[in-house]
Design a protein around this ligand. Structure first.
Ligand code: WTA
Length: 650
């Protein structure tokens, strides 16, 4: 054990263990250590075998990995086309009638798209883009609701070697124009509007506003979805359906270099202007195909996979579009919110399409807990085989709830840690091979190098520290668009030779990894460095609590004091003193919140992550900074009002 026990304190103890059942193991793709053993011998050779097995290349590579820290290039000399790998080769193999997407609109309309359907539409749109002047190396912005055309647009770009930059449809005109300008995109693909919470939300008017200050856009393609009135600018704006109808139906997939830019995806991080994360072709597709196949134990002939993320986030890129399609899988894609028309919409969809693999976020799971187990009980969820989680640390109680109430106590839960920057899943169980512990993402996947280090960069064998990645991986970001210095400073300057992920992490006595949240969120209470995640998990382990957000607020005596914001499960009640004692019993008196506020909702980013920075501002009585990335700004006003009224407990 190292002497760095104070880097982040290790408070929470979770002893429950879930080995894969014998029944699950019997049908699993991997039930032993073979992939880990192979990768431990030669990680680059391992990834090369995956690239060869999972993808179709038009030219073989000559170098597996060229590593000039901090820049990696994978499969140099190799050529392939991503859209060929996701579409043509499945159709050529006689699987054109296989369903690629069961798409479900929020109002209840539905579409079924086969691989042949997708290939046809992608070729047409690719030709339409070419006709509008898009060439290899250009950037195309995509600003769409959750409709199949989003996947078509991404694949059409990939087919002709243009990089896409998808902007989440919930972002404002300003966010869109910032991203268009940074990428200097030539074409924007948008829609009139989409359906959300029972209403049509307009997108084209926001796009029009954005374009006032986005001069690089020459053409706009508009999908008709919302049916709302829009203005079309002659010469600039084109209806998607007109272009598709008029387009040449054949657009051969051209081979691209393995390192051809596939997409930019902007991530804001905690501060500063959004970073355009760069992902390329061969390595990225290898990693997303590999992880989609093995983490979800994919059986493509029988599985119906559903990732509930929006295509505007990296999870949607990798596990709605590229991973599942590269593997020839059948997926569900859903347009709307989980509570329209009722709180059981997702469970109704699982029942309708007999979903087998379900991938969602802790924030959603905690919301389902709040709504109560009666909602999933209304539906037959017996088709489910594996449940996944991504986006935040999952609290052990949320994991247990997911396991019991959605997975009937039998589905393995895979808690997957990764980032926009990593392209694909990095730390996760393999469901047929790994004994899971609720709240732990368990171990790095085969071929991935992870170490926890202390402040000085020394390796931590047990206890808390910072998560670092020790070797290049195929899906890693290739840089920040237009800003190499920021790329180096953000990820490679803190520890020499290591990628700094920005997350706290602890290792337990069996080598399991427990993610502790963003390093910026770690609290310092009387010299103890306490992770917000652990205190939140202690709160969520109380039967009355659905969700908790914890922040450190400046305190004269202790440096920082722990302030907690708590939402209760439907119909529950509990008093503050009991909750504070509960935390003390679970993890120790040092972690007892000084103040607890009950609230109906927590401030979250649009991708569902709790915005602790805002809660810190509220707790310290500061004016709020930038709230534009907040999903529901009214939540914070309410909390501010109550903070002003509150009397602090001691
Ligand atoms: C957090 C989402 C704990 C983490 C794919 C990371 C997680 C950030 C997990 C990246 C997990 C994601 N356990 N924390 N399983 N998955 N995170 O770029 O802080 O939207 O650094 O990518 O989410 O968020 P991003």
């Amino acid at each position: 054990m190292s002497d760095n026990h104070n880097t982040i304190d290790d408070l929470m103890l979770e002893n429950r263990k879930f080995p894969p059942s014998a029944q699950f193991k019997r049908q699993a793709l991997v039930a032993g250590t073979e992939l880990y053993d192979e990768a431990a011998e030669d990680y680059q050779g391992f990834w090369a075998r995956q690239a060869a097995d999972l993808l179709t290349w038009s030219t073989d590579w000559n170098t597996i990995c060229e590593w000039n820290l901090p820049y990696a290039k994978w499969f140099l000399g190799g050529q392939l086309n991503v859209s060929y790998n996701c579409l043509d080769r499945h159709v050529e193999a006689g699987r054109g009638d296989k369903v690629a997407f069961y798409w479900e609109g929020e109002p209840g309309d539905a579409r079924v798209l086969t691989y042949a359907d997708l290939l046809d539409e992608v070729q047409r749109l690719a030709n339409a883009l070419k006709d509008l002047g898009v060439q290899r190396g250009d950037r195309v912005n995509i600003y769409l609701p959750m409709i199949p055309e989003a996947a078509v647009a991404m694949l059409a770009c990939a087919r002709i070697g243009a990089a896409h930059s998808v902007v989440f449809g919930g972002f404002s005109a300003q966010s869109l124009s910032d991203r268009i300008n940074d990428a200097e995109a030539k074409v924007l693909i948008t829609a009139d509007g989409g359906h959300r919470r029972g209403e049509v939300f307009p997108l084209k008017p926001a796009a029009d506003d954005a374009l006032v200050s986005a001069p690089t856009i020459e053409h706009v393609i508009v999908v008709r979805r919302g049916g709302n009135d829009v203005e079309m600018v002659t010469g600039r704006d084109h209806w998607y359906h007109d272009l598709i109808a008029a387009a040449d139906p054949v657009c051969p997939a051209e081979p691209m270099d393995a390192e051809q830019l596939l997409f930019l995806l902007y991530t804001s991080g905690t501060t500063g202007k959004p970073k355009g994360i760069m992902h390329t072709t061969g390595g990225y597709l290898t990693q997303v195909a590999f992880t989609h196949k093995y983490v979800f134990d994919l059986h493509p002939d029988t599985d119906v996979f559903w990732c509930t993320a929006d295509v505007g986030w990296v999870t949607g890129h990798s596990y709605i579009v590229y991973g599942p399609l590269a593997n020839g899988a059948t997926s569900v894609m859903y347009e709307g919110v989980p509570n329209f028309p009722g709180n059981d919409r997702l469970w109704a969809i699982i029942e309708k399409y007999k979903v087998t693999k379900f991938y969602t976020a802790p924030t959603a799971i905690r919301t389902f807990m709040k709504w109560g187990a009666a909602e999933p009980e209304k539906h037959d969820l017996s088709s489910l085989r594996v449940l996944g989680s991504v986006g935040e640390p999952i609290n052990p109680e949320a994991w247990m709830w997911y396991h019991e109430h959605i997975g009937a106590g039998t589905c393995p839960v895979v808690d997957t840690w990764w980032q926009t920057e990593t392209g694909g899943i990095m730390i996760s169980p393999l469901p047929g091979a790994t004994t899971t512990k609720p709240g732990s993402a368990t171990f790095p996947l085969p071929g991935i190098g992870v170490e926890v280090v202390d402040d000085s960069g020394k390796r931590v064998e047990q206890g808390g520290g910072y998560l670092t990645l020790t070797q290049p991986w195929p899906g890693m970001l290739r840089g920040i668009w237009g800003d190499p210095q920021r790329y180096f400073d953000t990820y490679w300057s803190r520890y020499e030779g290591r990628y700094f992920a920005g997350d706290g992490c602890k290792l337990d006595d069996e080598g399991y990894l427990w993610l502790l949240g963003r390093v910026d969120d770690v609290m310092n209470v009387s010299g103890h460095r306490i992770s917000t995640t652990e205190v939140e998990s202690a709160l969520v382990s109380h039967p009355a609590v659905a969700e908790a957000a914890v922040v450190g607020a400046l305190d004269d005596t202790t440096g920082q004091a722990i302030i907690a914001y708590v939402t209760l499960r439907g119909g529950s009640d509990v008093d503050i003193a009991e909750l504070r004692d509960h935390v003390a019993t679970e993890i120790g008196a040092i972690a007892k919140p000084k103040t607890i506020y009950f609230t109906a909702d927590l401030p979250k980013t649009r991708s569902g992550k709790i915005m602790r920075r805002l809660l810190r501002d509220v707790a310290e009585g500061r004016n709020l900074g930038d709230t534009t990335t907040l999903a529901d700004a009214s939540v914070v006003g309410e909390l501010q009002r109550r903070a002003a009224e509150a009397t602090v407990e001691d």
